[in-house]
Design a protein around this ligand. Structure first.
Ligand code: ATR
Length: 269
């Protein structure tokens, strides 16, 4: 029997998730249909889409921009949230648990798994993360669980980084015990094992105001696409680099495994 999945977003036309999940399904011989689901950007529409999908026998849904917080709120009032979703304040994976809509978040673990696949050491690492929005919120706990020693969060707006850290420390005892500091982007200096760009500056071509004395062994941009200025900057310094395409595959793999119970290979397609 065909199992049905969707990814809900706005815009959604260019989502690569259907291709990625079809690849996973082929690997394990499952018959699935995975569709892109457009949704108007309001809570009532989002709730209606999710309810109709699961009432119609849908197995699992991914949630992308701008609905991850709405999905969090929906699940908080229904079937509940995984610890990663709870701490991230966002949901990217919906499923039914005891007949109720349950929310998980595989984004941060998807990043961690990709970094491990690259062979970049996280255990004991000294990491800098630039940005203090939703993307950063979702990766802090998985990075700490992977054994990072120290995290420096640098953001254009300093008080947003301070508030984020306070909220995360409040949400998770593991984060409360971790070594985390905050600064502006210009103030971020010195040598790091890894620097992660979690801002939405993306493909705009604009460059972050990085200090000349900021260096790293590995640079990771959570965005993906050609010629990201952030990665070009660290390539010139001799760092190993990666964009976030592997993170996209990594989060999809974890969602697929949660829905189907089947383990798949993380092949870049
Ligand atoms: P996301 O969910 O993708 O993290 P977000 O919550 O809107 O999106 O957060 C965007 C992040 O990118 C923020 O850290 C933002 O910095 P501010 O908190 O100062 O707004 C950062 N950002 C976006 N555009 C930027 C730019 N041009 N320069 C530096 N930081 C930028």
């Amino acid at each position: 029997m065909t199992q049905h999945f969707i990814v809900i977003g706005n815009p959604i036309a260019h989502s690569k998730s259907p291709d990625i999940h079809q690849n996973f399904a082929q690997q394990v011989g499952l018959d699935i249909r995975y569709a892109r689901q457009y949704c108007p950007d309001d809570k009532d529409s989002f709730t209606a889409v999710v309810e109709a999908f699961f009432a119609g026998g849908g197995v699992g849904a991914n949630v992308t921009v701008p609905f991850k917080q709405m999905a969090f709120e929906l699940c908080a009032g229904r079937g509940g949230l995984s610890n990663h979703a709870q701490v991230a304040g966002a949901v990217n994976t919906l499923l039914l648990k005891d007949g109720q809509i349950f929310g998980d978040n595989t984004d941060g673990q998807g990043l961690v798994n990709h970094i491990m696949q690259l062979g970049w050491q996280l255990e004991g690492a000294n990491i800098a993360i630039i940005g203090a929005g939703g993307a950063t919120r979702g990766v802090i706990l998985p990075l700490i669980e992977a054994g990072v020693r120290q995290i420096s969060i640098a953001n254009r707006t300093l008080n947003k980084a301070e508030t984020l850290v306070q909220e995360l420390q409040h949400a998770s005892p593991q984060i409360a015990q971790a070594k985390i500091s905050v600064s502006t982007i210009e103030q971020l200096t010195g040598q790091f094992d890894m620097i992660i760009n979690a801002t939405s500056i993306g493909l705009s071509g604009d460059m972050l105001p990085l200090s000349d004395t900021l260096t790293c062994n590995h640079a990771y941009d959570m965005m993906y696409g050609r010629e990201l200025p952030f990665l070009q900057h660290f390539t010139k310094q001799g760092a190993t680099i990666s964009d976030g395409y592997g993170m996209l595959i990594g989060q999809a793999k974890l969602s697929f495994e949660r829905w189907t119970g089947k383990i798949v290979k993380n092949t870049l397609i």
